[in-house]
Design a protein around this ligand. Structure first.
Ligand SMILES: [Zn+2]
Length: 384
Protein backbone atom coordinates (compact mmCIF):
# COMPACT_ATOMS: atom_id res chain seq x y z
CA UNK A 1 0.00 0.00 0.00
CA UNK A 2 1.24 3.48 -0.86
CA UNK A 3 -0.36 6.55 0.74
CA UNK A 4 0.17 9.95 -0.88
CA UNK A 5 -1.48 12.55 1.38
CA UNK A 6 -0.76 16.30 1.21
CA UNK A 7 0.80 16.30 4.67
CA UNK A 8 2.47 13.67 6.88
CA UNK A 9 3.10 14.16 10.60
CA UNK A 10 6.45 12.52 11.24
CA UNK A 11 7.94 11.56 14.63
CA UNK A 12 7.98 14.41 17.14
CA UNK A 13 5.09 16.21 15.40
CA UNK A 14 7.21 17.40 12.45
CA UNK A 15 5.19 18.24 9.35
CA UNK A 16 6.37 16.92 5.97
CA UNK A 17 4.75 17.61 2.60
CA UNK A 18 5.25 15.96 -0.80
CA UNK A 19 6.11 12.49 0.49
CA UNK A 20 4.49 9.09 0.11
CA UNK A 21 4.41 6.45 2.83
CA UNK A 22 4.88 2.88 1.58
CA UNK A 23 3.61 0.04 3.74
CA UNK A 24 4.61 -3.54 3.31
CA UNK A 25 3.79 -6.50 5.55
CA UNK A 26 2.44 -4.29 8.32
CA UNK A 27 5.43 -1.94 8.48
CA UNK A 28 6.42 1.40 7.01
CA UNK A 29 8.85 0.33 4.36
CA UNK A 30 9.79 3.71 2.88
CA UNK A 31 9.03 7.42 3.18
CA UNK A 32 10.06 9.11 -0.05
CA UNK A 33 9.06 11.93 -2.44
CA UNK A 34 5.89 11.25 -4.46
CA UNK A 35 6.64 8.82 -7.27
CA UNK A 36 3.30 9.35 -9.03
CA UNK A 37 0.81 12.15 -9.57
CA UNK A 38 -2.03 9.67 -8.99
CA UNK A 39 -3.05 10.28 -5.38
CA UNK A 40 -6.10 8.89 -3.60
CA UNK A 41 -5.31 11.00 -0.51
CA UNK A 42 -5.46 14.50 -2.04
CA UNK A 43 -6.23 17.13 0.61
CA UNK A 44 -5.57 14.76 3.51
CA UNK A 45 -3.10 14.52 6.38
CA UNK A 46 -1.58 11.25 7.58
CA UNK A 47 -0.49 10.71 11.19
CA UNK A 48 0.10 7.86 13.56
CA UNK A 49 -3.37 7.16 14.98
CA UNK A 50 -4.27 8.55 18.39
CA UNK A 51 -3.94 6.48 21.55
CA UNK A 52 -6.36 7.16 24.40
CA UNK A 53 -4.15 6.30 27.36
CA UNK A 54 -6.92 6.24 29.97
CA UNK A 55 -10.53 5.44 29.25
CA UNK A 56 -13.73 4.36 31.01
CA UNK A 57 -15.99 3.26 28.14
CA UNK A 58 -18.48 1.89 30.64
CA UNK A 59 -19.47 5.33 31.98
CA UNK A 60 -20.45 6.84 28.66
CA UNK A 61 -24.13 6.87 29.66
CA UNK A 62 -23.26 9.32 32.46
CA UNK A 63 -22.39 12.01 29.88
CA UNK A 64 -24.04 15.22 31.01
CA UNK A 65 -25.77 13.48 33.95
CA UNK A 66 -23.60 14.92 36.73
CA UNK A 67 -23.58 18.59 37.48
CA UNK A 68 -20.23 20.28 37.47
CA UNK A 69 -18.77 19.71 40.93
CA UNK A 70 -15.40 19.25 42.61
CA UNK A 71 -13.68 15.88 42.77
CA UNK A 72 -14.86 14.64 46.16
CA UNK A 73 -18.66 15.08 45.80
CA UNK A 74 -18.27 13.93 42.17
CA UNK A 75 -16.56 10.63 43.02
CA UNK A 76 -19.11 9.96 45.78
CA UNK A 77 -21.94 10.58 43.28
CA UNK A 78 -20.35 8.30 40.65
CA UNK A 79 -19.94 5.60 43.30
CA UNK A 80 -23.64 5.95 44.19
CA UNK A 81 -24.87 5.81 40.57
CA UNK A 82 -22.53 3.01 39.32
CA UNK A 83 -24.45 0.02 40.70
CA UNK A 84 -27.90 1.41 39.82
CA UNK A 85 -27.39 0.66 36.11
CA UNK A 86 -28.20 -2.63 34.38
CA UNK A 87 -25.47 -4.59 32.61
CA UNK A 88 -27.27 -4.02 29.30
CA UNK A 89 -27.17 -0.28 29.86
CA UNK A 90 -23.45 -0.43 30.66
CA UNK A 91 -22.73 -2.65 27.62
CA UNK A 92 -24.58 -0.25 25.34
CA UNK A 93 -22.65 2.70 26.79
CA UNK A 94 -19.33 0.89 26.25
CA UNK A 95 -20.21 0.01 22.64
CA UNK A 96 -21.20 3.59 21.83
CA UNK A 97 -18.06 4.98 23.49
CA UNK A 98 -15.78 2.50 21.68
CA UNK A 99 -17.23 3.55 18.32
CA UNK A 100 -16.87 7.24 19.22
CA UNK A 101 -13.20 6.64 20.08
CA UNK A 102 -12.66 5.29 16.56
CA UNK A 103 -14.59 8.25 15.15
CA UNK A 104 -12.19 10.69 16.81
CA UNK A 105 -9.13 8.93 15.34
CA UNK A 106 -8.25 6.68 18.29
CA UNK A 107 -6.93 3.21 17.38
CA UNK A 108 -5.89 1.96 20.84
CA UNK A 109 -6.98 2.58 24.42
CA UNK A 110 -5.97 1.87 27.99
CA UNK A 111 -9.42 0.91 29.27
CA UNK A 112 -10.26 0.91 32.96
CA UNK A 113 -13.04 -1.63 33.30
CA UNK A 114 -15.34 -2.43 36.20
CA UNK A 115 -17.73 -4.70 34.26
CA UNK A 116 -17.31 -7.68 31.93
CA UNK A 117 -18.33 -5.66 28.85
CA UNK A 118 -15.43 -3.49 27.63
CA UNK A 119 -13.55 -6.35 25.94
CA UNK A 120 -16.44 -7.07 23.59
CA UNK A 121 -17.00 -3.35 22.90
CA UNK A 122 -13.31 -2.88 22.03
CA UNK A 123 -13.18 -5.99 19.85
CA UNK A 124 -16.30 -5.02 17.88
CA UNK A 125 -15.00 -1.48 17.29
CA UNK A 126 -11.57 -2.81 16.28
CA UNK A 127 -9.87 -0.94 19.15
CA UNK A 128 -6.53 -2.28 20.29
CA UNK A 129 -4.91 -1.73 23.67
CA UNK A 130 -5.33 -3.17 27.15
CA UNK A 131 -7.94 -3.51 29.82
CA UNK A 132 -7.10 -2.74 33.42
CA UNK A 133 -9.72 -4.57 35.45
CA UNK A 134 -10.33 -2.48 38.52
CA UNK A 135 -9.83 -3.97 41.96
CA UNK A 136 -11.41 -2.02 44.81
CA UNK A 137 -11.11 -3.53 48.25
CA UNK A 138 -12.90 -0.93 50.39
CA UNK A 139 -15.45 -2.94 52.31
CA UNK A 140 -15.97 -6.34 50.71
CA UNK A 141 -12.52 -7.42 49.55
CA UNK A 142 -12.89 -11.18 48.96
CA UNK A 143 -16.07 -10.83 46.97
CA UNK A 144 -14.75 -7.89 44.92
CA UNK A 145 -11.51 -9.63 43.98
CA UNK A 146 -13.24 -12.78 42.72
CA UNK A 147 -15.77 -10.65 40.83
CA UNK A 148 -12.93 -8.68 39.21
CA UNK A 149 -11.24 -11.97 38.19
CA UNK A 150 -14.44 -13.21 36.53
CA UNK A 151 -14.94 -9.90 34.69
CA UNK A 152 -11.30 -9.92 33.58
CA UNK A 153 -11.69 -13.45 32.15
CA UNK A 154 -14.76 -12.38 30.16
CA UNK A 155 -13.04 -9.25 28.84
CA UNK A 156 -9.89 -11.23 27.95
CA UNK A 157 -12.00 -13.77 26.03
CA UNK A 158 -12.38 -11.10 23.33
CA UNK A 159 -8.63 -11.21 22.69
CA UNK A 160 -7.92 -7.98 24.58
CA UNK A 161 -4.99 -8.26 27.05
CA UNK A 162 -6.59 -7.78 30.48
CA UNK A 163 -4.84 -7.25 33.80
CA UNK A 164 -6.11 -6.92 37.35
CA UNK A 165 -5.24 -3.43 38.53
CA UNK A 166 -5.45 -1.66 41.86
CA UNK A 167 -8.08 1.05 41.34
CA UNK A 168 -6.34 3.78 43.33
CA UNK A 169 -3.98 4.48 46.19
CA UNK A 170 -6.82 4.71 48.70
CA UNK A 171 -9.63 2.47 47.35
CA UNK A 172 -7.36 -0.59 47.24
CA UNK A 173 -5.72 -1.87 50.43
CA UNK A 174 -1.95 -1.72 50.83
CA UNK A 175 -1.74 -5.51 50.84
CA UNK A 176 -3.75 -5.80 47.59
CA UNK A 177 -1.67 -3.02 45.99
CA UNK A 178 1.53 -4.85 46.90
CA UNK A 179 0.16 -8.23 45.75
CA UNK A 180 -1.00 -6.91 42.36
CA UNK A 181 2.29 -5.02 41.85
CA UNK A 182 4.26 -8.18 42.53
CA UNK A 183 2.83 -9.95 39.50
CA UNK A 184 4.93 -7.60 37.33
CA UNK A 185 2.06 -7.40 34.86
CA UNK A 186 0.94 -4.12 33.32
CA UNK A 187 -1.19 -2.25 35.81
CA UNK A 188 -2.70 1.20 36.08
CA UNK A 189 -3.41 3.01 39.34
CA UNK A 190 -5.34 6.25 39.84
CA UNK A 191 -2.80 8.18 41.91
CA UNK A 192 -2.43 11.72 43.29
CA UNK A 193 -5.54 12.86 41.44
CA UNK A 194 -6.09 15.38 44.25
CA UNK A 195 -4.12 16.67 47.24
CA UNK A 196 -6.53 14.66 49.48
CA UNK A 197 -4.39 11.57 48.94
CA UNK A 198 -1.32 13.38 50.23
CA UNK A 199 -3.30 14.77 53.21
CA UNK A 200 -4.30 11.22 54.03
CA UNK A 201 -0.94 9.46 53.64
CA UNK A 202 1.09 12.28 55.17
CA UNK A 203 -1.13 13.04 58.18
CA UNK A 204 -4.19 10.75 58.17
CA UNK A 205 -6.46 13.74 57.56
CA UNK A 206 -9.14 14.91 55.14
CA UNK A 207 -12.11 13.32 53.36
CA UNK A 208 -10.31 10.02 52.71
CA UNK A 209 -9.76 9.63 56.47
CA UNK A 210 -13.47 10.29 56.99
CA UNK A 211 -14.34 7.64 54.40
CA UNK A 212 -12.07 5.11 56.14
CA UNK A 213 -13.77 5.86 59.45
CA UNK A 214 -17.18 5.21 57.81
CA UNK A 215 -15.92 1.80 56.64
CA UNK A 216 -14.29 1.20 60.03
CA UNK A 217 -10.88 0.78 58.38
CA UNK A 218 -7.81 1.46 60.49
CA UNK A 219 -5.91 4.64 59.61
CA UNK A 220 -2.15 4.37 59.92
CA UNK A 221 -0.55 7.15 57.84
CA UNK A 222 2.94 6.30 56.60
CA UNK A 223 3.91 10.00 56.73
CA UNK A 224 4.74 10.37 53.05
CA UNK A 225 3.10 11.41 49.78
CA UNK A 226 0.66 9.14 47.93
CA UNK A 227 3.26 8.32 45.28
CA UNK A 228 5.97 7.62 47.88
CA UNK A 229 3.42 5.33 49.60
CA UNK A 230 3.02 3.37 46.34
CA UNK A 231 6.82 3.14 46.14
CA UNK A 232 6.97 1.70 49.67
CA UNK A 233 4.62 -1.09 48.49
CA UNK A 234 6.74 -1.93 45.43
CA UNK A 235 3.96 -0.59 43.21
CA UNK A 236 6.17 1.72 41.14
CA UNK A 237 7.81 -0.26 38.37
CA UNK A 238 8.21 -0.33 34.59
CA UNK A 239 4.77 -1.88 34.07
CA UNK A 240 2.94 0.70 36.20
CA UNK A 241 0.90 3.52 34.72
CA UNK A 242 -0.04 6.25 37.20
CA UNK A 243 -3.30 7.88 36.17
CA UNK A 244 -3.53 11.65 36.77
CA UNK A 245 -0.54 12.33 39.09
CA UNK A 246 -1.83 15.91 39.48
CA UNK A 247 -0.69 16.47 43.07
CA UNK A 248 2.91 15.41 42.45
CA UNK A 249 5.88 17.13 44.06
CA UNK A 250 9.34 17.29 42.50
CA UNK A 251 10.31 14.33 44.71
CA UNK A 252 7.31 12.35 43.42
CA UNK A 253 8.34 13.13 39.84
CA UNK A 254 11.88 11.91 40.58
CA UNK A 255 10.43 8.67 42.01
CA UNK A 256 8.29 8.16 38.90
CA UNK A 257 11.31 8.75 36.65
CA UNK A 258 13.63 6.50 38.66
CA UNK A 259 11.19 3.57 38.51
CA UNK A 260 10.26 3.98 34.84
CA UNK A 261 6.53 4.33 35.48
CA UNK A 262 4.33 5.91 32.82
CA UNK A 263 1.64 8.54 33.28
CA UNK A 264 -1.86 9.03 31.87
CA UNK A 265 -2.76 12.71 31.73
CA UNK A 266 -6.48 13.52 31.55
CA UNK A 267 -6.60 17.32 31.37
CA UNK A 268 -10.32 17.83 30.63
CA UNK A 269 -11.30 15.61 33.55
CA UNK A 270 -8.77 17.31 35.84
CA UNK A 271 -10.04 20.79 34.90
CA UNK A 272 -13.69 19.78 35.35
CA UNK A 273 -13.07 18.35 38.82
CA UNK A 274 -10.80 21.15 40.03
CA UNK A 275 -7.75 18.90 40.41
CA UNK A 276 -4.26 20.43 40.78
CA UNK A 277 -2.56 21.27 37.46
CA UNK A 278 -0.46 18.21 36.60
CA UNK A 279 3.29 18.84 36.14
CA UNK A 280 3.40 17.23 32.69
CA UNK A 281 6.21 19.23 31.07
CA UNK A 282 8.44 18.53 34.06
CA UNK A 283 7.64 14.80 33.98
CA UNK A 284 8.50 14.68 30.27
CA UNK A 285 11.78 16.53 30.83
CA UNK A 286 12.64 13.66 33.20
CA UNK A 287 11.93 11.22 30.33
CA UNK A 288 8.72 9.91 31.86
CA UNK A 289 6.37 8.71 29.10
CA UNK A 290 3.06 10.56 29.30
CA UNK A 291 -0.03 9.52 27.35
CA UNK A 292 -3.18 11.55 26.93
CA UNK A 293 -6.44 10.09 28.25
CA UNK A 294 -10.08 11.01 27.76
CA UNK A 295 -11.01 9.41 31.12
CA UNK A 296 -14.80 9.02 31.34
CA UNK A 297 -17.53 11.09 29.74
CA UNK A 298 -18.85 11.61 33.29
CA UNK A 299 -16.06 14.13 33.91
CA UNK A 300 -14.42 14.85 30.52
CA UNK A 301 -17.57 15.35 28.44
CA UNK A 302 -17.95 14.33 24.80
CA UNK A 303 -15.47 11.88 23.25
CA UNK A 304 -13.27 14.29 21.29
CA UNK A 305 -9.52 13.75 21.24
CA UNK A 306 -8.91 17.18 19.69
CA UNK A 307 -10.62 18.80 22.69
CA UNK A 308 -8.38 16.70 24.96
CA UNK A 309 -5.26 17.91 23.14
CA UNK A 310 -6.44 21.53 23.47
CA UNK A 311 -6.98 21.00 27.20
CA UNK A 312 -3.46 19.56 27.59
CA UNK A 313 -2.06 22.77 26.15
CA UNK A 314 -4.39 24.87 28.33
CA UNK A 315 -3.41 23.07 31.55
CA UNK A 316 0.29 23.40 30.78
CA UNK A 317 -0.11 27.15 30.21
CA UNK A 318 -2.13 27.57 33.41
CA UNK A 319 0.69 25.82 35.25
CA UNK A 320 3.22 28.17 33.68
CA UNK A 321 5.24 25.35 32.11
CA UNK A 322 3.87 25.14 28.56
CA UNK A 323 3.79 22.13 26.29
CA UNK A 324 4.12 22.78 22.56
CA UNK A 325 1.57 21.49 20.03
CA UNK A 326 4.25 19.01 18.88
CA UNK A 327 4.72 17.78 22.48
CA UNK A 328 0.99 17.17 22.79
CA UNK A 329 0.81 15.41 19.39
CA UNK A 330 3.62 13.12 20.53
CA UNK A 331 1.78 12.39 23.80
CA UNK A 332 -1.39 11.72 21.78
CA UNK A 333 0.40 9.15 19.59
CA UNK A 334 3.76 7.46 20.29
CA UNK A 335 4.05 8.33 23.99
CA UNK A 336 0.47 7.24 24.53
CA UNK A 337 1.36 3.90 22.91
CA UNK A 338 4.39 3.58 25.19
CA UNK A 339 2.33 4.57 28.24
CA UNK A 340 0.13 1.48 27.81
CA UNK A 341 2.96 -0.75 26.50
CA UNK A 342 1.56 -1.44 23.04
CA UNK A 343 5.11 -2.59 22.25
CA UNK A 344 4.99 -1.18 18.74
CA UNK A 345 6.95 1.71 17.25
CA UNK A 346 3.96 4.08 16.98
CA UNK A 347 5.65 6.76 14.83
CA UNK A 348 5.80 7.48 11.12
CA UNK A 349 9.39 6.46 10.53
CA UNK A 350 10.81 3.74 8.30
CA UNK A 351 10.58 0.33 9.98
CA UNK A 352 7.83 1.36 12.40
CA UNK A 353 4.35 -0.19 12.63
CA UNK A 354 1.85 2.30 14.02
CA UNK A 355 -1.81 2.27 13.17
CA UNK A 356 -2.52 5.34 11.06
CA UNK A 357 -5.19 7.99 10.74
CA UNK A 358 -6.15 10.10 7.74
CA UNK A 359 -7.64 13.51 8.54
CA UNK A 360 -8.97 16.47 6.64
CA UNK A 361 -6.65 19.01 8.22
CA UNK A 362 -7.75 22.48 9.27
CA UNK A 363 -4.51 24.25 8.48
CA UNK A 364 -1.01 22.99 7.89
CA UNK A 365 0.56 22.86 11.35
CA UNK A 366 -0.18 20.51 14.23
CA UNK A 367 -1.01 23.64 16.22
CA UNK A 368 -3.76 24.55 13.70
CA UNK A 369 -5.16 21.02 13.77
CA UNK A 370 -5.23 20.90 17.57
CA UNK A 371 -6.83 24.35 17.74
CA UNK A 372 -9.48 23.81 15.07
CA UNK A 373 -9.89 20.02 14.80
CA UNK A 374 -12.90 17.92 15.71
CA UNK A 375 -14.04 14.30 15.16
CA UNK A 376 -15.76 14.97 11.79
CA UNK A 377 -12.28 15.78 10.38
CA UNK A 378 -11.30 12.12 10.78
CA UNK A 379 -11.60 10.30 7.45
CA UNK A 380 -10.46 6.80 8.39
CA UNK A 381 -8.13 4.64 10.46
CA UNK A 382 -5.63 2.32 8.79
CA UNK A 383 -4.65 -0.65 10.95
CA UNK A 384 -1.21 -2.10 10.27
ZN1 LIG B 1 -10.08 6.99 35.57
Amino acid sequence: MILRPDVVVLAGGTIQTGVEVCIQEGRIDAIRPWTSAARAEVGLLLSAAFVNAHSHLEYYDLLGKLESMPYWPWIREVTRIKPTRSIDQVAEAATTAANLNVATGVAAIGEYSDWPVSGEAMAKAGLRGRIFQEVITLGESEQKLSQAKRSAATNASHAVPTHLSAHSTYTTSGSALALLAKTGEPNAIHAAETAFENDFYERGEGPIAELYRQFDIEIDPPGCSAIAYLDSLGALHEQTQLVHACASSDEDIDLAARHGVTIAHCPRSNLALGCPLAPIARLRRKDVKVGLGMDSAASSGPIDFFAEMRAAIEVSHLRGDPLSAEDVWTMATSEGADSIWLRRDWRIVEGANPDLVLLEPRGRSVSDIITKGSPPDVVRLIRL
